[in-house]
Design a protein around this ligand. Structure first.
Ligand SMILES: NC(=O)c1ccc[n+]([C@@H]2O[C@H](COP(=O)([O-])OP(=O)(O)OC[C@H]3O[C@@H](n4cnc5c(N)ncnc54)[C@H](O)[C@@H]3O)[C@@H](O)[C@H]2O)c1
Length: 319
């Protein structure tokens, strides 16, 4: 039986609510302190949760996990400083882990030197349909994997890009980082490291970053495929789709967040009845990842190699 783990939330913005809900579903976890440089936000969340707040994460002490929920481009600095300057053993970082390979490498090296562990948040890995496909690929039941096609066709309206760091080169990075990074991670989860890639980005909306990217790639295991992603769909999110072409089967997942099996033709295997509804814009993956933390299943988080290959791909296709 594991003892109750103490969690600190660093950054009390929008995604912090999802972390609070996910942590609260698990009786083996408790939030003991919250932190934001905006004292008003920290104080408000601290009051709601009945815990103290701080405005400088370097004051953290005695927590098991610090969850870094600050703007994307700040993750490497914040995660590394928490690892180095506090006694926190596990530093969880929201996606994307970093906007550049240089910073990602430096982050891993600083975390390792400090003797701490980085827990990257890519909760789409824990989507039951994604986990099922991963198992099928790894079990060999699908035979050789030939090809995939992944489309992430979403909407972020102009008001979204008026919010402070959104759409900036320094802190956001663009569609591959902020919206599609879960699917970049999923491709690594399924196929390993990227070998070659070619991509073209579009920014007709006049942002500092690409709002649309069309990319083709191959993996070191020979799988080829394409990832097309945009935040410029008219009015609302349209869909996410993933098609897998393999020696012994063809599968297409779809829905706003890959929550439905749209096509299934797999040798010797009936279509599983696993469709689910998305009752939360972020999905339920955060609940699962906090369950893994509660149960010391740290191996369920993405590997350093997957994270670095993903950041390499995102960086090369985004700037
Ligand atoms: N996993 C997911 O599905 C998912 C979904 C949404 C957002 N995110 C990620 O979560 C991160 C935060 O997104 P958000 O929408 O909550 O942003 P946000 O702007 O609403 O919140 C960020 C907060 O960090 C605070 N902050 C900045 N510097 C700080 C510092 N030095 N110390 C403490 N707090 C600091 C800001 O004051 C702000 O309150 C982003 O990287 C985003 O990509 C992940």
């Amino acid at each position: 039986m594991n003892s109750c783990k103490k969690i600190a939330l660093i950054g009390c913005g929008r995604i912090s609510r999802r972390h609070v809900e996910a942590i609260q579903t698990n009786p083996s976890l408790k939030i003991t302190v919250v932190c934001d440089i905006d004292a008003g936000k920290a104080e408000k969340l601290g009051r709601e949760l009945g815990v103290p707040y701080i405005t400088d994460y370097r004051q953290l002490s005695g927590v098991d996990v610090a969850a870094v929920l600050t703007p994307s481009g700040m993750h490497p600095k914040h995660a590394a400083e928490i690892a180095e300057q506090t006694d926190t053993p596990y530093v969880l970082s929201e996606k994307p882990i970093s906007l550049t390979v240089r910073e990602a490498l430096e982050l891993f090296s600083r975390i390792e030197k400090a003797g701490k562990t980085l827990l990257p948040v890519y909760q789409n890995r824990y989507n039951p349909l994604v986990a099922m496909i991963k198992e099928l690929i790894d079990s060999g039941r699908l035979g050789k994997i030939y090809m995939f096609n992944c489309n992430v066709l979403w909407n972020r309206n102009d008001d979204y890009f008026k919010i402070d760091w959104h759409g900036t080169r320094e802190f956001d990075g663009g569609v591959l980082y902020t919206q599609a990074s879960h699917y970049v991670d999923m491709l690594h989860f399924f196929f390993g490291e990227v070998d070659q890639h070619r991509g073209i980005g579009g920014n007709l909306r006049g942002l500092d970053v690409f709002d649309s990217v069309a990319a083709n790639m191959s993996f070191t295991n020979g799988v080829v495929g394409s990832l097309n992603t945009t935040v410029s769909v008219y009015e609302k999110n349209y869909l996410t789709e993933f098609t897998l072409i393999a020696e012994h089967g063809t599968i297409r997942l779809t829905g706003t967040n890959l929550n439905k099996i749209d096509f299934w033709n797999v040798e010797g295997m009936q279509r599983p009845d696993m469709d689910f509804t998305i009752d939360h814009v972020y999905g339920k993956g955060h609940d699962t990842l906090y369950r893994y933390i509660a149960n010391d299943r740290f191996e369920m988080f993405p590997s350093k190699e997957d994270v670095l290959s993903g950041v390499r791909l995102m960086e090369m296709l985004s700037y």
